[in-house]
Design a protein around this ligand. Structure first.
Ligand SMILES: NC(=O)c1ccc[n+]([C@@H]2O[C@H](COP(=O)([O-])OP(=O)(O)OC[C@H]3O[C@@H](n4cnc5c(N)ncnc54)[C@H](O)[C@@H]3O)[C@@H](O)[C@H]2O)c1
Length: 348
């Protein structure tokens, strides 16, 4: 392919879990000039990323994009921009809610202002199912939940919701700038994406870590709560298809899976896959955690043929294998690893 005709694509937050999968999908399935921009606060500068970037000639820019100055390091124009950079994780929200607000809001403000000059053809903002958690929990909005659900925060005083507040703000900001600047703008709301390299702050790595380290009985936090888990490669493909779809301008899509499962079943399934034969006991989960979550993914299926392919068993096997080898290596867990809900420093 003629190099001059290649599209240039920026993946902001491209070293993170989903960002890395999006970058890999683009590298392996498209012929674009790719740039990953990340401050590596959560993203991993490991051999996997370095090999991927070296193999496909992907440029890495390291900077804190909550600061306006970082945008000077970027090229003057990109065709497509994926905005995945964000502070994530319940622990961070509960322990440093003001940092979640500061960092996420600044990334959104500076990126949208930068769009004025960079003028990409398309931009995609990564949002979250947290945006409508209260609608399903308090107002009994139907589950599986479609994109028409009103966004809703249960309590603005609760630190848990700082993340969702920034995501609601981000959706509105990108749609507003996109409309004014005539940039094709798409929002994807990820719903429980999992897989290797997903960090150490989410339910699945927590369960694997506790079983690996010998917890017995294994605690099942929020046993009756339900979630639906989508494997990272499916989510990455869905993300790229969302941005590239002609139907996706000014649209929100739920990117996830619609196989709803209780935390009880999930925990026991991981235990069985890891060969754990001990007992289980129920425990109270994180404050503000929703009782049911499962996306309706019909719209993404209709608009760009998004149909997750990887089964939960297959995805969990790959995920467990990655975490096992990480723990076996003796490497330090970047975030300190699992923190029980009761150990969180939550000041009411
Ligand atoms: N994983 C999920 O299930 C899920 C669910 C809902 C929404 N999301 C959203 O999807 C996106 C990707 O999530 P993820 O799970 O890959 O998280 P992640 O933490 O692995 O990725 C986020 C990336 O952003 C980078 N980053 C953070 N602050 C930055 C800054 N100031 N400047 C530059 N880079 C910065 C981090 O280093 C990291 O690489 C996020 O916007 C997240 O809110 C993810």
């Amino acid at each position: 392919m003629n190099k001059e005709k290649q599209k240039s694509v920026l993946i902001l937050g491209g070293a993170g879990f989903i960002g890395n999968n999006v970058t890999r999908y683009l590298a392996e399935n498209r012929h674009y000039d790719l740039t990953v921009a990340d401050d590596f606060s959560a993203g991993r500068k490991d051999a996997e990323l370095e090999t991927l970037c070296a193999k496909h000639g992907i440029r890495i820019i390291t900077a804190d994009f909550s600061k306006q100055k970082a945008f000077e390091l970027l090229d003057t124009h990109y065709d497509d921009v994926y905005v995945l950079a964000s502070v994530v994780g319940v622990n961070r929200c509960i322990e440093e809610p003001e940092e979640v607000i500061r960092i996420n809001a600044n990334i959104i403000l500076h990126t949208t202002e930068w769009l004025r000059t960079a003028k990409p053809s398309r931009v995609l903002f990564a949002s979250s199912s947290e945006n409508y958690a209260a609608a399903t929990d308090i107002f009994n909005y139907p589950v599986p939940t479609a994109e028409t659900v009103p966004v809703c925060i249960a309590d603005t005083r609760h630190p848990r919701f700082t993340y969702a507040v920034t995501k609601i703000f981000g959706e509105a900001a990108f749609f507003a700038y996109g409309r004014t600047l005539e940039i094709h703008t798409t929002v994807v709301r990820y719903q429980n994406i999992y897989g290797p390299r997903m960090g150490f702050k989410h339910a699945i790595p927590h369960i694997i870590e506790r079983i690996y380290k010998g917890e017995n009985p294994v605690k099942i936090y929020g046993a009756e709560q339900t979630r639906a888990f989508a494997y990272c490669t499916d989510a990455a493909e869905g993300t790229v298809r969302a941005l590239e779809s002609d139907a996706s301008n000014q649209q929100v899509y739920h990117i996830g899976n619609n196989d709803e499962i209780t935390m009880d079943t999930l925990t026991r399934k991981i235990g069985a896959l890891m060969g754990y034969t001990g007992g289980y006991e129920e425990a109270e989960t994180y404050p503000g955690s929703v009782s049911r979550r499962c996306p309706d993914i019909t719209k993404a299926g209709n608009d760009f043929n998004y149909h997750p392919k990887v089964s939960l068993d297959e995805g969990l096997r790959k995920t467990i294998a990655w975490y096992r080898s990480f723990f076996d290596s003796g490497a330090a867990i970047p975030s300190g690893g699992f923190k029980a809900p009761e150990a969180l420093n939550y000041k009411k």
